[in-house]
Design a protein around this ligand. Structure first.
Ligand SMILES: Cc1cc2nc3c(=O)[nH]c(=O)nc-3n(C[C@H](O)[C@H](O)[C@H](O)COP(=O)(O)OP(=O)(O)OC[C@H]3O[C@@H](n4cnc5c(N)ncnc54)[C@H](O)[C@@H]3O)c2cc1C
Length: 401
């Protein structure tokens, strides 16, 4: 639905120019505004025009791509690694359970793998799934795009889910668009909130847009399944309900095509210290750490507390830490029990990735640094002085000094 300017009505006032977030509007030699191909069709300019010269191109009424009434239930793709369901699957089940209850439908999990332990499917039931579809075949042992995408598409075509939630992990980000494209439906990536719209009973997928300046709520009214990815660590894992009953349905998908790519080996690029998504303690450093050598202090603190080391974008951009360890809007979202923010100012883009932490301890030499507003405890001081003291005291408490 393109945005169009009616040249006959336009008075060339220029009101629409500054409101365009992508600079797609210009005044031409004829004194009238025009829109370039850079337009992202956000429609922000429409309300700014004093003479209503800007509008959306009229299109015919969209028709459903399928019989929408046949598609029911809210699914979670339950990612597993080394045979164990990953934490993000449980977080998504909490959300899916809420959506399913609002819609009066079932909450289901889909588990792919090879030689899976029955306890894994049961753990999904105990986290809120009414049904777990288990596809246990050798070709699904580790994640590979082709067989996983084919398996999820075949299962979805057969069972017709209303919505599918997938973790925005490396594998999930690979799988979700492939499946959405194959199923001829939409996909909202990196959602931060999910709900159900009252009247239409559609899933509302909300995510930051335009560099985090606005929150956009996206609907998928005419295609099924409705699909979205959700970042790990955004939602709390639901309480386990031991002994909860549910259906575990083993599905065999004959003739799943093998992958066209050969997975030779999985090479870990980092050890425990940089696995920040599932760490209970994170020692994060920012530009205020001063230099890469000072990160040794954060590694020492992390070792003592069994935690991981992370950083702001300022430090990953200059190469003090790898990008996999960046926390924030364009990095990872984390929710540890304890988050140390050392020499980090607390920009909104950083807070977006760590404000779900249970306890935040900020160390910053500027008492007005915004990070102190988000912190549970704040220490005003130089990280190079505070951290050695802190490390020493922890060592003493542990009988190591
Ligand atoms: C689209 C977009 C996406 C972004 N995504 C991210 C993201 O994912 N993650 C992210 O972190 N940022 C992100 N940013 C960048 C963000 O806006 C900030 O620029 C960045 O977080 C700043 O990093 P910092 O706090 O380490 O550095 P600074 O803002 O430079 O802050 C350094 C802090 O250290 C303190 N300090 C200095 N010396 C010392 C000392 N010796 N002891 C104690 N304190 C000291 C200072 O008082 C200051 O508060 C993004 C920006 C944009 C536009």
């Amino acid at each position: 639905m393109a945005i169009i300017i009616d040249k006959a009505t336009c008075i060339g006032c220029g009101n629409c120019l500054p409101i365009c977030p992508v600079g797609a509007i210009a005044l031409e030699d004829d004194g009238k505004a025009s829109i370039s191909e850079a337009c992202v069709m956000c429609g922000a300019c429409i309300g700014e025009c004093p003479v209503a010269a800007i509008s959306r191109e009229a299109t015919g009424e969209a028709k459903p791509a399928c019989d929408l009434t046949q598609w029911r239930d809210v699914w979670v793709f339950a990612e597993q690694q080394h045979g164990a369901v990953r934490a993000v699957a449980f977080e998504l089940l909490g959300v899916a359970r809420r959506l399913a209850d609002d819609l009066g439908q079932r909450c289901c999990a889909v588990l792919f793998g090879s030689q899976l332990d029955d306890a894994q499917a049961q753990s999904l039931v105990e986290a809120g799934a009414d049904v777990v579809y288990v596809v246990d075949q050798p070709v699904l042992k580790v994640y590979q795009t082709d067989p996983y995408a084919e398996a999820l598409c075949r299962l979805a075509r057969e069972k017709k889910p209303n919505a599918i939630l997938i973790g925005a992990t490396a594998d999930g980000r690979d799988l979700a668009p492939r499946v959405a494209c194959e199923l001829n439906t939409g996909l909202c990536a990196d959602c931060t909130e999910l709900g159900v719209s009252g009247a239409s009973q559609l899933v509302e997928w909300t995510r930051p847009a335009f560099g985090g300046n606005i929150m956009a709520t996206i609907l998928c009214p005419q295609h099924r399944p409705q699909m979205g990815t959700v970042r790990p660590n955004l939602f709390r894992r639901p309480e386990r309900q031991p002994g909860r009953a549910g259906i575990i349905e083993k599905v065999h998908l004959p003739d799943l095509a093998p992958s066209r790519t050969l997975l030779e080996a999985v090479v870990a690029v980092c050890g425990e210290a940089c696995r920040i998504e599932e760490a209970a303690v994170i020692c994060a450093g920012g530009r205020g750490m001063g230099c890469v050598e000072n990160f040794a202090l954060l590694h020492e603190l992390a070792d003592l507390l069994g935690g991981a080391v992370a950083g702001s974008r300022a430090v990953t951009d200059v190469g003090w830490l790898p990008h996999q360890q960046q926390v924030g809007q364009s990095g990872k979202t984390v929710s540890p029990r304890l988050y140390f923010a050392c020499g980090i100012s607390g920009a909104v883009q950083h807070l977006a990735g760590m404000s779900g932490s249970e306890t935040i301890i900020a160390i910053n030499k500027d008492p007005a640094a915004p990070i102190f507003k988000a912190a549970t405890y704040g220490i005003v001081g130089d990280v190079r002085e505070v951290l050695p003291h802190l490390i020493l005291e922890i060592k003493k408490a542990k009988g190591l000094a």
